[in-house]
Design a protein around this ligand. Structure first.
Ligand SMILES: Cc1cc2nc3c(=O)[nH]c(=O)nc-3n(C[C@H](O)[C@H](O)[C@H](O)COP(=O)(O)OP(=O)(O)OC[C@H]3O[C@@H](n4cnc5c(N)ncnc54)[C@H](O)[C@@H]3O)c2cc1C
Length: 382
């Protein structure tokens, strides 16, 4: 019996656990470590902030789900990885010490480097967690009128909720003509670069124009004061409400293992094996790849890593190759919703479409995804 240890209970970690449990539950010991007992469906947070979804719609009990999969759950946080000993050091409620493994999957997501932009913590909102999204929602409700800035910080890798927040705000402002306001979206690079090289500028600009949203590209925000967001080149934008996605980083703790790039993301090969270490895979936001970091990418990588790991467990050579592509919907709530399917590595635009149908598809997909993954054998009476 081999011990498989999965670090992280987000999209990547959960899907690896599901795939491996299907093949090996009872045969090999599968354990997942996460500091939180709940799973959070992050793509739902914009709609949570704007009161369209409740907390229960975007979370479910991860520990219960894992029990039903016959996967052991450890509530704790990984502190250090010791690959030469095949152990990780964990601190938490269930374990304080070392846990041994034969195979390891790293899926602990990215870190928000809020410290990179002075004033962000004090003056700006973000919506990258349940509490932050609710707090931003309260600020929107209390907002009277004036300048709204919705921005992607330098090296932040999440343009989709920035666009969706701007569209949602434009609906709020439109529904309340007593609140004359200007909405500005700020990107740190060209739209194209922000979306990993995809030629989405025309469609996105048209959608922003239809909603009276101003777009500023290549503005790298360096500071937030009580009244303005300020860029490295000295440009300043006055604001009355600001939502700013902070810079993304990997995890400095893995740099001691020599497996990270300059932003501390974990470097992997085409099979998603961590470069230079045997029996270790990395998936999702923590893995070092170009372009935006998205849930569907984490899920796709989890599938590939789980298949390759299964081959190793069966004594075979892993041969499932990962291909890096974006398939994402920017939900405007209506006809300006955009579907983008783009191959980052071959720079091929497979599909770029707009229409109300994409908003509907995203909403139905999100609901089904949480329902399907939340469902446990216990719920099914099995
Ligand atoms: C507001 C918002 C909107 C988004 N919209 C979209 C969208 O429309 N479409 C889309 O495709 N993507 C979207 N995303 C991106 C998507 O949510 C992420 O890409 C996805 O969550 C990445 O999955 P992951 O498993 O790599 O990381 P996560 O989902 O972040 O999971 C990481 C897990 O690791 C755990 N962890 C953290 N530190 C440790 C540690 N030290 N030890 C053990 N465990 C640890 C965490 O608790 C968590 O369980 C959105 C994200 C946000 C925040």
């Amino acid at each position: 019996m081999k011990r498989i240890l999965i670090l992280g209970g987000g999209f990547g970690g959960l899907v690896v656990a599901e795939k491996l449990s299907k093949k090996f539950a009872g045969k090999h010991e599968i354990t997942l470590v996460s500091p939180h007992r709940t799973f959070t469906f992050y793509p739902g947070l914009v709609r949570l902030a704007f009161g369209e979804l409740q907390e229960k719609d975007v979370t479910f009990d991860l520990a219960k789900k894992l029990r039903s999969l016959n996967v052991r759950f450890i509530e704790g946080e990984v502190l250090h990885m010791k690959p030469e000993l095949k152990r990780v050091q964990i601190a938490g409620k269930d374990v304080n010490g070392n846990v041994s493994y034969d195979y390891l999957v790293i899926a602990i997501g990215r870190r928000l480097a809020t410290e990179k932009i002075p004033g962000l913590f004090e003056y700006a909102h973000h919506l990258l967690g349940i509490r932050a999204a609710k707090k931003f929602g309260e600020a929107v409700k209390a907002f009277d009128q004036g300048n709204i800035v919705v921005a992607l910080g330098p090296e932040a890798r999440l343009p989709v909720p920035v666009c969706e927040t701007a569209f949602a705000l434009s609906r709020v402002v439109k529904d309340s003509p007593t609140k004359p306001s200007k909405i500005t979206v700020v990107f740190p690079e060209d739209v194209k670069d922000v979306f990993g090289g995809a030629a989405i500028y025309g469609k996105l600009k048209e959608a922003f124009d239809n909603h009276g949203i101003e777009l500023i590209e290549n503005m790298q925000i360096s500071e937030v004061t009580a009244k303005e967001v300020i860029a490295y080149d000295g440009r300043a934008l006055p604001y009355d409400l600001v939502m700013l996605v902070p810079s993304f980083r990997g995890r400095a703790r893995f740099s001691e293992n020599g497996i990270t790039d300059e932003e501390n993301f974990v470097q992997v090969d085409e099979y998603l094996r961590v470069k230079g270490l045997d029996g270790i895979y990395a998936v999702g936001d923590i893995a070092s790849f170009l372009g935006p970091k998205l849930a569907h990418i984490a899920v796709g990588q989890a599938r590939v890593a789980a298949e390759n790991l299964a081959m190793e467990l069966n004594g075979e050579e892993p041969d499932k190759v990962y291909f890096h592509e974006i398939a994402s919907i920017i939900d405007e709530g209506g006809g300006d919703s955009i579907y983008l399917h783009f191959g980052v590595w071959d720079q091929s635009l497979y599909r770029l479409k707009t229409g109300t149908v994409w908003s509907l598809i995203k909403r139905v997909h999100d609901k089904l995804w949480t329902a399907r993954h939340e469902k446990t054998w216990i719920d099914l009476g099995a």
